[in-house]
Write a protein that binds this ligand. Structure first.
Ligand SMILES: Cc1ncc(COP(=O)(O)O)c(C=O)c1O
Length: 375
């Protein structure tokens, strides 16, 4: 058992280095350099390189099992950069936006950068609560709603087909812009989630954000935005794109080779297999080591969202966990206000099985010391 490892950080949402496809990218880079023209070193087309978008459309059509038009895709420099650009072009400081509650904590930072007023709409096991959303819409006129429909960060929840349909109906009725962060959609462990909200870009105001960070490698800083051409034009009319041109032409060319050689598919399938094993190992260790913790076993993505045994609060627990050399993100980080004080988010992307098990042992010891301390 690897007891000597320093801190085990369950908050770390990065893949382990051993999972990054260095050899595949080496092969793709060589292939790309052999067939390349100097165009890939020039300022790029506003929407992103056409040939890359065509390869990407084929890849996504296969992986999403639905037709995808290259015209509906715009290249981005990752989901974070895309979200920032969406805020720049579709909101102004002081606007209200809706987010799920809980939601990805760093998206909250992007919204703060843009001076937005964030209103949370709770989720349950089927995703966003449509009844609460409808009620909130009688009181607010949000510029957009930000959702993570599949294998949500932090809860792991996937929105049901019925909720997706209801959300699309609301978007059409109220012309509400839905920003769907679908970065985990392709990371299922065997059972595909319902079709992504990207399926609705031609009939509702939807922008779907995708990224190679979670399905290939974060260091690429490459992603895409899927949306109707009118919405993409609004994004392209930004100072960022007008001054700098289309984003990441060089990395797009390498990724085009990755896709065309079938290496993007094999890298993604490898990640799905490994994360499925790690998720199962973490959940089994939690059931054995902390039997009173409450959680749903994830079907995809990166995270287990754990409700701590009764009356334990995550933030004070985190302080005590430091002495056991384990850490995690307390639930309260994933809200724009107080709440989820008894929840923690555990990522299984960064560590292999022995370290995940050791991390749970450390967590279990912290919790039992916490109980002794309180009694
Ligand atoms: C929901 C969600 N969106 C976006 C990101 C960041 O993606 P990118 O690396 O493409 O900027 C993350 C990373 O943790 C995430 O969990």
């Amino acid at each position: 058992m690897p007891k000597n490892i320093d801190v085990i950080d369950f908050g770390n949402g990065q893949p382990s280095l051993s999972l990054l496809p260095l050899d595949a990218l080496r092969t793709a880079s060589e292939h790309c350099m052999r067939r390349a023209s100097a165009t890939m070193l020039q300022y790029g087309a506003d929407q992103g390189d056409t040939e890359f978008r065509e390869s990407l459309a084929h890849f996504l059509a296969r992986r999403y099992s639905m037709p995808i038009a290259a015209d509906d895709l715009m290249v981005s420099g990752s989901a974070s950069q895309a979200l920032d650009l969406v805020c720049t072009r579709f909101t102004k400081p002081g606007d209200t936006i809706f987010v799920e509650e809980p939601t990805y904590f760093l998206a909250l930072e992007v919204f703060r950068d843009h001076g937005l007023h964030v209103v949370g709409i709770p989720i349950d096991n089927d995703g966003i609560r449509i009844d609460v959303l409808r009620e909130a819409l009688t009181r607010h006129r949000p510029s957009m709603l930000y959702t993570i429909p599949s294998f949500q960060n932090p809860s792991g929840v996937t929105m049901s087909v019925e909720r997706r349909d209801a959300l699309m109906e609301i978007s059409r009725e109220q012309e509400l812009l839905i920003v769907a962060d679908e970065v985990y959609h392709l990371l299922d462990f065997g059972i595909a989630p319902p079709p992504p909200l990207a399926a609705h870009v031609r009939e509702a105001r939807v922008l779907s954000l995708g990224s190679f960070s979670k399905i290939c490698a974060p260091g690429l800083r490459l992603g895409w935005i899927q949306g109707a051409p009118t919405l993409l034009h609004t994004l392209m009319n930004s100072g960022l794109v007008q001054s700098g041109g289309g984003l990441n032409p060089f990395v797009s060319a390498v990724m085009r080779s990755m896709i065309d050689l079938g290496l993007a598919d094999s890298a993604l399938d490898h990640l799905r297999r490994v994360y499925a094993e790690r998720s199962a190992a973490l959940c089994s260790a939690l059931r054995d080591g902390i039997p009173t913790a409450v959680f749903a076993e994830p079907q995809g993505g990166y995270f287990v969202w754990v409700q701590l045994p009764i009356a334990i609060l995550a933030t004070p627990l985190q302080e005590r966990a430091a002495t056991e050399r384990v850490t995690f993100h307390p639930g309260s980080r994933f809200l724009s206000r107080d709440g989820f004080a008894d929840h923690i988010r555990l990522s299984f992307a960064h560590y292999d099985t022995p370290l995940l098990i050791e991390g749970v042992h450390r967590l279990a010891r912290t919790i039992s010391r916490n109980a002794t301390h309180r009694s």
